[in-house]
Design a protein around this ligand. Sequence first.
Ligand SMILES: *[C@@H]1O[C@H](CO)[C@@H](O)[C@H](O)[C@H]1NC(C)=O
Length: 336
Amino acid sequence: MGEDCACCCSLSVGIVIFILGVAIIDWIKRMQRGKASLVGEHVVITGGSSGIGKELGIKSAERGAHVTILARDVQKLEEACKEIRSRVKSSSQNINFFKADVTNYEEIESVFRRCEVEVGPIDILINCAGYAFPSKLEDIPLHHIKGMMDINYLGTAYAVRSVLSSMKSRRKGRIVCVSSVGGLVGLYGYTAYSASKFAIRGFCEALQMEVKPYGISVTVSCPPDTDTPCFEEENKVKPEETKLISASSGVFPPAKVAEDILRDTLAGDFFTTTGMDGNLSTMLNAGMSPMSSVFGLLLQTMFSGIIRLVSLGYLYSFNRIVENCASKKEKRKKLE
Ligand SMILES: *[C@@H]1O[C@H](CO)[C@@H](O)[C@H](O)[C@H]1NC(C)=O
């Protein structure tokens, strides 16, 4: 009896040590992949003239890549290009820009063909073009409901579609689509925005299954609030409830967000995010998403239940904020 117990005990300890060992080795390998050089690689970034897109251009240039940025405003593109060029590792790196509107399929396709001829095939496509117009649904100008869907979702789908056949035939490529924490959780003020960002997440999950046999990886980035020109614009129209709800999560610098995106993309992760709230949101939204890391899988398996419980605490406090704001508005109305 006692012997059985000791045997069983050492077997369990053995299994735990084995799993931990595998997880640690996997974690170290993943870190190494994340540090990979980009010398000779061609990185194309939509929405690359400002914010996270521009920072991704800088980080890619610092790792030795040829960088092409796309956006609509030529003046901003020129300035961003200059900034990216000042951070290259070697003078042989090609840093270019093209004027392009991601909502126009023919245009984006012809721009991609041109930049493939001028610089070379696209190794990494980063879809960063997007914007947010936070508002209650009943107040939002109609063109923004369509605009966010067009730029955030269609812009991503169009750009990816026009690069796929070349990536598939080369059996090489990485696709990054920038969604948002708002693409994982639906919060007050982001009704129309979240729809466009949830779309990207579903798009990526199905896409990765389509391209996996060709050695192409897909990463969906879910950044939290990031200190960009776009975020400044957003804040001008943001409802009070939305401001209060997001106040606890903080605002991250775009350089940090870009660094995380690039590292996790090169590591081959499906989800990438920055900060703890973003991390918990991706865990809550694991669903049927692919898993590339043993360590991440272990964490998810052990903590998903408890994180769901914690999420209810957040939800409770967010609902309180919305209720308080609603009753304040009622009172104000009565006074008038
Ligand atoms: C969340 O944090 C864990 C632990 O640091 C890490 O292994 C995992 O990759 C993170 N997930 C994302 C999506 O960043």
